[in-house]
Design a protein around this ligand. Structure first.
Ligand code: AKB
Length: 303
């Protein structure tokens, strides 16, 4: 690690933000990783390192704080997800697009290395405002790299499964909610059809992929738009069967809602050869390993 590396995580209270911040603090030292969000500091981050209340849409304040803290790397995670974005498309567009461009401008002026997450939603870019914003965001990343040499790197995350923080308003959220119902011995009402297959990833793999991409030598990053990364792909019925192997009494019912329409446009699987070849991506968790680990960790938390 370069002596002066100072990291800012924007959107640190979200599903990826909490776990990525904790992993970065373990790796780079707590005092070198500043977590920030517009909402208050989540319990999971309290007393683990420095916290800043920052709004990515207030570019001037953000810019001066970044200079004052001597930030050299930014993980810009603040975004509205696919399902929530459909309730107020203009608001989602503003956060997802203006937020990214604000940070790209600061990265350009201060020569800061930047990570920004894209999504499998780009494979059906016009089915949600989220998909449009991710597809456009990838183009902005390429543009800032080509035109200004900004060292920006990106992954297209699949649905992410985690136990520390709940996801916030995505189409793949069922794959987290289902575990809470299983442990609370409730019947789970799934909002997607039983045979809806989507690409998914366990959070430890997502965090590892993100840090590995950011640590790769710049000449290995051939793709400045975004890399597909894949780990597993399953349907609600397959996930249910896997959980039932550990919780035999668990029951499910299927009541598809507006999110089914979004899921139907997304790919069932994605190929990640480019990420494997360019910077050595390999997932560690398959469906059974993920289910086992989720149930153990959630049980510990709930006890
Ligand atoms: C969502 O469902 O909106 C996200 C995603 C796949 O980008 N989890």
């Amino acid at each position: 690690m370069n002596e002066q590396t100072k990291i800012l995580v924007i959107g640190a209270a979200g599903q990826i933000g909490v776990e990525l911040t904790l992993a970065l603090r373990r790796k780079y030292g707590a005092e070198n990783v500043f977590a920030s969000d517009v909402v208050k500091e989540p319990k999971a981050l309290k007393e683990t390192g420095p916290w800043q209340n920052l709004d990515v849409l207030r570019a001037d304040i953000l810019h001066s704080r970044i200079i004052r803290l001597g930030i050299t790397e930014i993980y810009m995670l603040a975004a509205t997800l696919s399902a929530t974005g459909e309730q107020d498309p203009r608001k989602a567009w503003k956060l997802n697009m203006d937020g990214l461009i604000n940070v790209l401008d600061i990265a350009r002026e201060e020569k800061i290395k930047l990570f920004w997450p894209s999504s499998i939603a780009v494979h059906a870019p016009t089915s949600t405002v989220y998909g449009i914003s991710k597809a456009a965001g990838e183009c902005w990343c390429q543009y800032y790299f080509d035109k200004y040499g900004v060292d920006v790197r990106s992954l297209r995350y699949p649905g992410l499964i985690s136990y520390k923080t709940q996801p916030g308003g995505g189409t793949t959220d069922y794959a987290v909610d289902i575990f809470h119902s299983a442990l609370e011995k409730k019947v789970y009402k799934c909002f997607l059809k039983e045979d809806t297959r989507l690409p998914m990833m366990y959070m430890p793999d997502a965090v590892r992929a993100t840090i590995r991409l950011m640590e790769a030598a710049p000449e290995r990053i051939e793709n400045r738009m975004s890399y597909d990364v894949s780990a597993m792909s399953f349907t609600p019925a397959e996930l249910y069967e896997s959980i039932k192997g550990f919780c035999p009494e668990f029951q499910i019912s299927y009541e598809p809602d507006h999110r089914q329409r979004i899921a139907d446009t997304w790919p069932a699987t994605v190929g990640d050869l480019e990420a494997r070849e360019d910077w050595g991506w390999r997932p560690e968790y398959n469906l059974t390993m993920m289910v086992n680990d989720m149930l153990v960790k959630l049980e510990d938390i709930k006890m």
